[in-house]
Design a protein around this ligand. Structure first.
Ligand code: SF4
Length: 240
């Protein structure tokens, strides 16, 4: 597949210090998603992707080649990158650049994830576990959500040798201490678990824009609970 036949990269942040731990990364956003999370911060990218122009991949390649040694990571994010099988081709093309690749995914496409891992197409995966099993219909916006896909993706990551993190956004009035207890009991020991502070900015469901994030101290309490099951837990996006 040629470089120009991939037309679903719709967003590009050229340099980021926060999207790939320890790296200066360029971040790509693919269009579309199978979920409708009420707190989605890229609602237009999933509901009206046609409003965005596709990014020319050759521009990205030129940018990265020109900055070899300075930009040392690529993050493929979304939307949901694994919605499209062509994402595997995209990752394969990036492999030729010899820089680290991170994939952000919602965990709903274990078959594609398995293929990516078996072909060693990424160096790191960040996967969402958005809530406890009971909360998934609410946090994913899909009333018949099947958590079996999340289970399968988790198993794949645990069995692979890739670096990975599992992350949960702490949605006020939804993710509480009980939810975190249930999540860590469900996922068990994982390589790295991240609790992310909620940001009341653009959200798919407008009602969520007005929620006050929980106080930092409560996120730290949740992290302590998670540490009873997972040794490496961090909290991201706190105010200080
Ligand atoms: S937040 Fe939810 S709806 Fe938005 S891109 Fe991620 S998985 Fe899809």
């Amino acid at each position: 597949m040629g470089q120009h036949s991939i037309d679903f990269v719709k967003g590009w942040v050229r340099t980021s210090l926060i999207d790939y731990p320890g790296k200066i990364a360029t971040v790509l956003y693919t269009e579309g998603c199978n979920l409708r999370c009420p707190i989605c911060h890229n609602p237009e990218l999933i509901t009206y992707p046609e409003r965005y122009e596709s990014i020319d991949l050759s521009e990205i390649f030129t940018y990265l080649k020109d900055r070899a040694g300075m930009v040392d990571g690529i993050v493929v994010s979304g939307g949901e990158p694994l919605l499209r099988p062509e994402t595997l081709d995209l990752l394969e093309q990036f492999r030729s650049l010899k820089i680290a690749i991170k994939l952000d995914t919602n965990g709903c496409f274990p078959d594609r994830l398995a293929e990516i891992l078996s072909h060693n197409l990424v160096d790191m995966v960040a996967m969402d576990v958005k809530g406890s099993k009971r909360l998934y219909p609410l946090v994913s916006g899909m009333k018949d959500f099947a958590v079996s896909k999340i289970d399968q993706s988790l198993t794949l990551l645990k069995q692979s040798s890739v670096d990975y993190e599992i992350r949960t956004t702490v949605i006020p009035q939804v993710i509480d201490i009980q939810a975190v207890t249930d999540i860590v009991e469900w996922i068990g020991p994982v390589q790295h678990y991240v609790l992310q502070q909620f940001r009341p900015v653009m959200t798919l469901d407008a009602r969520y824009r007005y929620l006050e994030p929980l106080p930092d101290v409560q996120l730290n309490e949740m992290a302590e609970i998670a540490r009873k099951v997972i040794s490496d837990v961090s909290v991201r996006g706190l105010a200080f």
